[in-house]
Design a protein. Sequence first.
Length: 274
Amino acid sequence: MTSTPGFPALTVSNCALLSQRGGVRLERGCWQGRDVFVKTLDTADPDIRQRFEHEGEVARRLSHPGIVPLLTRSSERLVFPWVAGCSLRERLEHGPLSPYAALEVTLGVLAAMQAFHEAGVVHHDLKPENVMLLGGRSCAGCVRVTDFGMAHDRTLSSDLHQGTRMGTPQFMPPEQFQGVRGDPRSDVYAVGALLFDCLAGEPPHPDALGWLVGLSSVRLPLPGPAALHPLLESALERDPQRRPPSARALLRALEEVRRRLPPEPPAIPGTVPA
Ligand SMILES: Nc1ncnc2c1ncn2[C@@H]1O[C@H](COP(=O)(O)OP(=O)(O)O)[C@@H](O)[C@H]1O
Ligand SMILES: [Mg+2]
């Protein structure tokens, strides 16, 4: 039982530890009869506590079918519904997606992204690990974006990550590496890298840090149908001004490409679904 001023008592039962890192335990448990995913603060470090509280503040404002909602919280816990399925990263461990499935997943991420951008939030850590697939299925309606631990929220007075280089190099745009915060086009870049990863089975830059600091310009050949290449290319531009300006713009353009793609061949029973 946890009861803290400002927060109601919060009881999570049957907690099973999944992993533990950076002063936070990830657990599966049961809250009010629901299967839940719980992040529990496990350190007295004030910086980690502040970041943890910031994540809760951002997540509590967001509501969209493509975003894992915050169900409840205490000062030590963030409680989310358990998403039965797998992360996009786990899915990609079985190999790349078909072009149609890759587009579906990306469109699902973009629909969620449009919603949080309109709410004033930039995620800053979009990558396959932070995209859940309900039922393990690669369709737009099964996408659940999670982990707003590095997000910038323009409605909150403080930006804890200001001036930091936090993020994952393979999915991080160069300006984010330089410390630029809150530009929605940074997420557009990350989604470009995510789509690339879905199609190729690996992200675009083999030397991601070299690319970020401007020492390497090597990018793997553009994967997937040629109709997608101009969009991939523009989403991954080093200069944010040359990228699609918003989630909505990229979503519309990708929908147009999807309409022109040939239909998917039927799935073969017993194989990994796309
Ligand atoms: N609601 C959820 N249901 C089931 N698994 C989840 C859920 N949220 C996250 N996960 C899994 O836990 C992992 C870590 O969660 P995340 O919120 O990204 O924490 P971290 O801040 O440690 O990256 C994710 O990559 C995903 O595999
Ligand atoms: Mg994460």
